[in-house]
Design a binder for this molecule. Structure first.
Ligand SMILES: [Zn+2]
Ligand SMILES: [Zn+2]
Ligand SMILES: [Zn+2]
Length: 489
């Protein structure tokens, strides 16, 4: 028998043992409570919930009563290659967060935000040299075959690439491609974004004919953005940009100045085209590079509820939930698109794994610039697997909507409540056993120690993974149905 077959048989035997064990049903509940996480944290301990005023014991929990004597808690990893369940959950959270800020009416964001001007913008990188691409018209880069670059390669490409073509995003001529410019742009992209937000606020004030200080008393700009890698290995930003009023008690006041959404979209385009940043040279012999966003800036109007109800929605106007779902799709992608493992650093290792030559060259360039001697670029070494992108993949301004932390606390409370009260008898008000304090009226006194990470056997892990895949499909189907019925309304 081969080693693989033997291992498979052991896993099967372990799973079978679990299935017939007396505590299986409770174990299955625990596995479901931590979302069938691929690598759960195992905790031992107990917690008691007390009424703060009277000291009365409201509930208590002890992991010693569980089949394995442990409490299983999600790993919380965002990367699908590490934990499909937790990354899926994060994506769901991102959707809620973005949708709440776009459409309101959920997660503590009032439905009135849907009447605020909202724009969906895409800010791309400029070109660093021609790459293979899909064109609606057909051929990749139709040019005369006789035209060659200085490296003797044809400057055109007559192929019609399909979606699975490995050449997509790869340079037509790697020697012509500006790898240094690419990595330098990627490194400073967060700075370009920062300047974009400042410029947008300045342009908005100018369009209202007031100073920036005066404008802040009328309108505030809130945004949520996601960074996505294009096939050529450079990020671009998708952003939801919304206008609110100055801070008030209810948190999401309407703007006090009338700025039509189409005007906001125009201001976004102008701001994106205007911003620049002079990147310092990478070495003593190098030049300053003036960095800008690419010319393909897109700023589309997201139709407000009021506009849709009046039948005045912009022709090309997008539905808020559609945009939120589109953005959230990218929230977990990170560098996995290139097949880069989280800790991959060496270009030689990437080549040995069969990773695209263009990505290997980018890795080399990141290393080269980091080692070139300029202090400014030394920190690049920390961002090698991200191809030099140091920003966050998903960010939002404070007031855009609720926070991921709030969503997680709410869900953790709910799932831990379910864990101890599977029949749902007490109305779901029990506090989180892992938090010291959840609200003012109760106090949780607990003591926990780490037992370890992961499922106890490979058989348990296989059972959890199978259940997780089914659970994800089920929740996805449900969410799709919900969104479809929402769209019909
Ligand atoms: Zn996990
Ligand atoms: Zn091509
Ligand atoms: Zn060339």
């Amino acid at each position: 028998m081969s080693g693989t077959a033997l291992a498979a048989e052991i896993v099967e035997a372990q799973a079978a043992t679990r299935l017939v064990s007396p505590g299986f049903e409770r174990w299955a509940e625990q596995a479901a409570s931590c979302g069938h996480c691929a690598n759960p944290i195992r905790l031992r301990g107990s917690a008691t919930t007390l009424d703060r005023a009277t000291g009365e014991v409201l509930s208590s929990y002890d992991s010693g009563t569980e089949p394995d004597g442990v409490l299983y808690v999600r790993c919380g990893n965002r990367r699908a290659s590490v934990c499909p369940s937790c990354s899926h959950e994060y994506k769901g959270d991102m959707w809620h967060l973005l949708a709440a800020g776009a459409a309101g009416g959920m997660k503590g964001v009032p439905s009135s935000v849907a009447s605020h001007p909202l724009v969906f913008a895409t800010l791309t990188a400029p070109s660093f040299g021609p790459v293979h691409t899909i064109r609606r018209a057909g051929r990749c880069r139709p040019r005369s075959r006789k035209v060659l670059c200085e490296h003797g390669r044809p400057v055109g490409c007559e192929a019609v690439h399909d979606d699975g073509d490995d050449r997509l995003g790869q340079p037509i001529c790697p020697e012509c491609y500006d790898y240094t410019g690419h990595v330098v742009w990627q490194w400073w992209a967060p700075e370009l974004w920062r300047r974009f937000t400042i410029t947008l606020r300045r342009l908005l004030a100018a369009s209202l004919g007031v100073t920036q200080a005066q404008a802040r008393d009328l309108v505030r700009v809130s945004f949520a953005k996601v960074a996505e890698f294009q096939r050529r290995g450079v990020i671009h930003f998708h952003a939801l940009i919304r206008l609110d009023g100055p801070p008030a008690d209810d948190g999401f006041p309407a703007p006090l100045a009338d700025v039509p959404t189409v005007q906001l979209a125009a201001l976004v385009r102008t701001a994106a085209a205007a911003v620049w940043f002079d990147a310092p040279p990478t070495t003593t012999g190098d030049t300053v590079r003036r960095l800008r966003f690419g010319v393909q800036v897109d700023a589309r109007v997201v139709s407000t509820t009021a506009e849709r109800e009046l039948g005045r929605a912009d022709e090309g106007g997008l539905h808020p939930e559609t945009v939120a779902a589109y953005i959230a799709k990218y929230a977990t992608k990170a560098c996995e698109d290139f097949g880069l493992p989280p800790r991959l650093r060496a270009p030689e290792a990437a080549r040995a794994m069969g990773i695209a030559e263009h990505v290997c060259r980018l890795l080399e360039e990141v290393h080269r610039i980091a080692a070139a001697g300029s202090d400014v670029y030394l920190p690049l070494v920390k961002w090698v697997p991200m191809l030099g992108f140091r920003g966050h993949f998903a960010t939002k301004s404070r007031r855009y909507s609720t926070t991921l932390g709030k969503l997680r606390t709410a869900r953790k409370r709910w799932s831990l409540h379910r864990l101890r009260d599977p029949l749902g008898q007490d109305g779901g008000t029990e506090p989180d056993v892992l938090n010291e304090q959840v609200d003012d009226s109760t106090l949780v006194v607990g003591s926990w120690s780490l037992d370890g990470f992961g499922w106890l056997t490979a058989g348990d892990a296989a059972l959890a993974a199978t259940a997780a895949a089914q659970a994800r499909k089920w929740t996805d189907d449900r969410a799709r149905q919900r969104r479809a019925s929402h769209d019909q309304r």
